[in-house]
Design a protein around this ligand. Sequence first.
Ligand code: 13P
Length: 251
Amino acid sequence: MLYLIGNWKMAPEKNIQVIDLVKKTNEIAKLYKKSITTIVCPPAVFLPIVKKNIKVPLGIGSQGVAASDAVAQTGLISASMIKESGAQYVIIGHSEMRARGDSNANVKDQLTRLFEKKLTPIVCIGEKTRDEQGWYLSEVKDQLETVYGDLAPLQAKKIILAYEPVWAIGAQADRAATPAECREMTIFIRKFLSDKYGEKIAKAMPILYGGSADEFNAKSFLEEGTADGFLIGRVSLDPKRLGALAKTINK
Ligand code: 13P
């Protein structure tokens, strides 16, 4: 089963646009449900309206969670609130959140909150820049060690991991990663996971790619890049392109 997860980030702006986008995404999720698990992660304020308009099999997730349950945290939302909204998934560790202050330790605490509430974590990891010597691998290794450090296989298996090289994300990115760059990293991550949990478990853990993924490069990320699906930003807001992306990866 492949994953297609839409991170809507801070869009769209209006209720009517949200309803339209959910309805169109419902159709795509239904069409490809045999081979693709489709999930949307709207801004938190739209979780209830998305929940109201969503149809099985489309899944719904939040874009973040507070690292602790303390009430005095202006602007944040707790794992209980997310659960109450009907969402099943939560993105944590996204580079745009890390850029605003989330450390590896924060991400780990957020992960713990999600397990407490039986929410499925979508954990983003990825290096800020690349260098010729391969030092970027140690940045990713640190992220992996914090996330999986003390996790039992039963919990580790629940994580949907997304490799998102920071330099490849968003409209200002120079380019997407190449499938070869993605492949190198999925091998590195799988090796880490298989050293820790054994080959059988590691093989079953989904590793998605994110960062300027689209309907044109998606197939080679799956085939050559060995990704198990995608965490997408911009394309998730455009149902035509999302449909085209789902169609290519379904083949
Ligand atoms: P883009 O697909 O817009 O590059 O965003 C990727 C991303 O950050 C998904 O979480």
